[in-house]
Design a protein around this ligand. Structure first.
Ligand code: SF4
Length: 243
């Protein structure tokens, strides 16, 4: 299993010096270093004051983590379409699934206010090849996700929550975490129609895709690409916006 906690090392071609690590200043904000507004450039070196976050991601059990300029998080209305076509069992039913989450337009506007993002990934024991030739027709999507990926899904959620808290405690009080897939914390969500509150509001987070993030392009921009229909382990991917 590749260890890319050195995304700062391996991707930028240069290791962070101990001085820079030691000099990280939690709570300090950087005022420069963003990528281009076109989203095609990457930091020559991530601002050192954020280096504690990928380090903590490793401590919490993530397999991969990378800092990136927030303007390289890709948002696309077509992602929301894919929540509805084919319709996901979470769509309209789960509290953190569309259209119960903020709109893509709102998220895009909110994202513009952030300067730094941390992408984290947890590898599943499964790869993304078809299990058989039968396809997905007739299968229970929630049961399938639980059986195939319940464990990495929940681990990713835990890591996202912990990193959001770490960033908050580090002075980045706008830190906001996004997980992946439907929320599997309960056997079934209370749902909006019930009028009941979320059973685990301090743990449940919306998914990246639920707010319109193109996870594949964003992961590629973070230099942690996801391979589809491959024999590589599925990478459950989450994001923490940090400011
Ligand atoms: S924690 Fe439970 S109630 Fe809350 S969003 Fe997740 S599934 Fe729904």
């Amino acid at each position: 299993m590749a260890n890319i906690f050195g995304t700062l090392e391996s991707n930028e071609g240069e290791s962070m010096s101990d001085d820079k690590r030691a000099g990280r200043g939690r709570g300090r904000k950087h005022s420069s270093g963003r990528g281009s507004s076109h989203g095609h450039e990457h930091w020559a070196e991530a601002p050192p004051e954020y280096a504690f976050l990928p380090e903590r991601a490793k401590d919490f059990g993530a397999d991969h983590a990378a800092l990136m300029p927030a303007d390289q998080v890709v948002v696309d209305e077509r992602v929301r379409l894919k929540c509805a076509v084919p319709v996901c069992p979470g769509y309209g039913n789960y509290l953190h699934c569309p259209p119960n989450t903020m709109s893509v337009k709102e998220f895009r506007q909110t994202l513009e206010r952030y300067s730094v993002a941390l992408l984290v990934q947890v590898e599943s024991a499964r790869d993304s090849r078809d299990l058989d030739d039968a396809g997905l027709a007739g299968k229970d999507a929630v049961a399938l996700e639980e059986s195939l990926h319940g464990e990495p899904n929940r681990l990713l959620g835990e890591i996202v929550n912990k990193l959001e808290a770490e960033a908050f405690k580090g002075g980045y009080y706008y830190a906001a975490g996004f997980s992946g897939g439907i929320c599997l914390l309960c056997p079934s969500c209370v749902g909006v129609a019930s009028g009941q509150p979320c059973r685990r509001p301090f743990e449940a987070r919306p998914s990246m895709e639920g707010v319109g993030i193109d996870v594949f392009k964003t992961a590629a921009n973070a230099r942690l690409p996801i391979s589809l229909s491959s024999d590589e382990p599925v990478r459950w991917t989450g994001l923490i916006l940090v400011d």
